[in-house]
Design a protein around this ligand. Structure first.
Ligand code: AMP
Length: 280
């Protein structure tokens, strides 16, 4: 596996692949890799001739400087994992290569970016949309793989590719979980042992709400109970735990179309997110 840090070198490698008719997939990440990331790499390998992984802790998507400063950075270990997983090229640019002096453009996906995480993390999804657009254009990838773990992000990425006519096919991959149900996340390493033990309560409460709604419990009632269970388990705050349309993310009173429960909650100073389908 080759590592490149400059856009020019990246474009050169991709051009050499495309010249011989090979298809190219990209898997954007912020590093601190875990099996969830590797499942995206496996899907990318199955779906294209060549796979690019990117590692870039994007300053523009962090609305709190301390969150950016604390984000785990483990590039050497990550590079080893990516090479073993069969990645052809790692693109790990410094911030200046992505945002050179005078950078002034922002991509903003109206509507989809506004509620849920967008309401609690001002500017976050503009940062995500801007960097993902740049990664699509810099790599020229034919396919891109994103996790359903970040469901709102996945819908935003699909929309920006469509709206901006970027010729990349976006595939969503299922959320990988620990044995106790906790969604794998780079942030889980920041949980204390006691908080790590409490963390699966989020997925448990969401799953119970899905089961209750399927049995006919009014969603409002099922969601209120789930919020209470999460707080009882030791979480300090539930930012949101809501029923939304799966694609448009519109608030729903009843699951009368493909729908998901999405949640964000704080545990011991760590913000955890999760989402599950109501109809699968
Ligand atoms: P991140 O490094 O957190 O920006 O995540 C990079 C990609 O990995 C995103 O598309 C995430 O949705 C995806 N991802 C993160 N956690 C998981 C997981 N537990 N299962 C599947 N995909 C994941």
């Amino acid at each position: 596996m080759r590592t490149v840090r400059e856009v020019k070198a990246l474009r050169g490698v991709v051009a050499s692949w495309k010249a011989v008719g090979q298809t190219v997939a990209v898997v954007p990440t912020m590093g601190a890799l875990h099996p969830g990331h590797l499942s995206l790499i496996a899907a990318a390998r199955a779906g294209a001739d060549r796979v690019i992984a990117t590692i870039f802790v994007n300053p523009r998507q962090f609305n709190k400087p301390e969150d950016l400063a604390r984000y785990p950075r483990t590039e050497d270990r990550d590079a080893g994992m990516l090479a073993t997983a069969g990645v052809d090229l790692l693109f790990a640019p410094p911030a200046e290569a992505v945002y050179p002096e005078g950078f002034a453009t922002s991509v903003s996906v109206a509507g989809l970016s506004e509620g849920l995480c967008g309401a609690h993390r001002p500017g976050h999804f503009d940062g995500v949309a801007t960097v993902v657009t740049k990664l699509f254009l810099m790599t020229g990838a034919d396919r891109a793989f994103f996790g359903e773990k970040d469901w709102q992000q996945l819908q935003i990425v699909r929309r920006l590719a469509r709206d901006l006519n970027i010729p990349v096919a976006v595939t969503g991959c299922p959320t990988l979980r620990e044995a106790d149900g906790l969604a794998m996340s780079s942030r889980n390493t920041r949980l204390s042992p006691a908080d790590r033990a409490a963390a699966p309560a989020l997925f448990r409460a969401m799953s119970a709400a899905v089961a209750a709604i399927r049995r006919g419990t009014p969603p409002d009632e099922a969601l209120a109970r789930a919020r209470l269970e999460v707080l009882r388990a030791g979480f300090s705050e539930v930012e949101y735990l809501e029923l939304r349309g799966a694609e448009g993310l519109e608030p729903l009173d009843a699951p009368d179309r493909p729908a998901r429960i999405l949640a964000a909650a704080w545990l011991g100073g760590v913000r955890l997110i999760d989402n599950i389908a109501i109809d699968s």
